[in-house]
Design a protein around this ligand. Structure first.
Ligand code: ATP
Ligand code: MG
Ligand code: MG
Length: 290
């Protein structure tokens, strides 16, 4: 776990910052109180910048510009969403029916060399997923592998998957990549909310607001959001959720319009963001009404 102490609080109240997913070493404490640094990606920087003036601005971390460290590495400085919580429980849900960009598929198609290593990776997990022809060749294309991998988790059918959970004082769990079935995902969510009805209701209200804001957001209408997450954070007193991780969010090509709720077909650029959001909302409602 990459952790550091934020200088935001008085000594006795300092909290441990927690990074659930992503590469280690890409986050640091911010220059300003209540801010963190994330290694710069130009795509993400551009999104953070325009989101500050979009209707979604209250659903994303505040953005404070680019920072250079002593070694000359560039970072974006953004609000630490954990800063106002006490011993928070945190959950990262990756939203969307796919987590790769169409351009990543195009790129791997430029090198259409079927690979034995990917075949081996696939048979290790699901022999039955391979066709007879693939078994004969003992090789598969990278694109085939990328698309198949999405069906292992709930991403393809529910439009989201739980990436990691860290419960207050508890240990971090990342064993969610193979959780696919609706009921299993629901059980994990239930576990995260630790059976608090008022907490689940706070999350639900915030998610409803997020959904209606997405619909009228210019940013949301004009972008494809891939690999972006919802970060759920709660402590004893409050619960809230924010959109994070815009490294694979892209401005839609000219003439392409997406609904965010139709299933993905190659070249459609549909991301399934609202499929995921609606499924989380539906699961939460079921949990509340049980
Ligand atoms: P990946 O692309 O593999 O998902 P990444 O390097 O793009 O990872 P993020 O997904 O943006 O990184 O963030 C990784 C983790 O860091 C999140 O799961 C969350 O725990 C934490 N994190 C990110 N941004 C914030 C923030 N603004 N406030 C608090 N925690 C954050
Ligand atoms: Mg992420
Ligand atoms: Mg990312």
């Amino acid at each position: 776990v990459a952790t550091f102490l934020t200088p935001t609080q008085k000594k006795e109240e300092r909290h441990q910052w927690v990074q659930l997913v992503g590469h280690r070493g890409t986050f640091k404490k911010g220059i300003h109180d209540g801010y963190i640094l994330k290694e710069l990606s130009e795509h993400e920087e551009y999104c953070c910048e325009i989101l500050q003036t979009d209707s979604l601005k209250d659903f994303v971390p505040k953005y404070n510009g680019i920072v250079k460290d002593a070694e000359g590495r560039l970072f974006i400085e953004m609000e630490d969403l954990l800063a106002s919580f006490n011993d928070p429980s945190i959950m990262d849900c990756k939203i969307g029916v796919r987590t790769y960009l169409e351009e990543e598929l195009d790129k791997s198609e430029c090198n259409p060399e079927p690979r034995t290593d990917l075949y081996n990776k696939m048979i290790a997990i699901d022999v039955a997923a391979l066709t007879e022809k693939e078994h004969e060749e003992k090789k598969i294309l990278k694109t085939r592998y990328m698309i198949w991998r999405e069906s292992l988790s709930s991403s393809q059918n529910l439009g989201f998957r739980i990436e990691a959970i860290q419960k207050s004082h508890g240990s971090m769990s990342k064993q969610f990549h193979r959780i696919k079935e609706r009921e299993d995902v629901k059980q994990q969510l239930k576990d995260f909310f630790t059976n608090s009805l008022s907490r689940a209701n706070q999350y639900l209200e915030r998610l409803f607001e997020l959904r209606s804001t997405c619909i009228r957001s210019r940013f949301f209408q004009s972008h494809e959001l891939i690999g972006s997450s919802l970060l759920f954070v709660h402590d004893k007193n409050k619960a809230s959720v924010w959109m994070i991780d815009f490294g694979k969010t892209r401005f839609l090509p000219d003439g392409i319009h997406i609904t965010h709720e139709k299933s993905w077909l190659r070249n459609s650029h549909e991301d399934g963001y609202l499929i995921g959001l609606d499924n989380i909302i539906a699961l939460l409602q079921e949990i509340i009404n049980e």
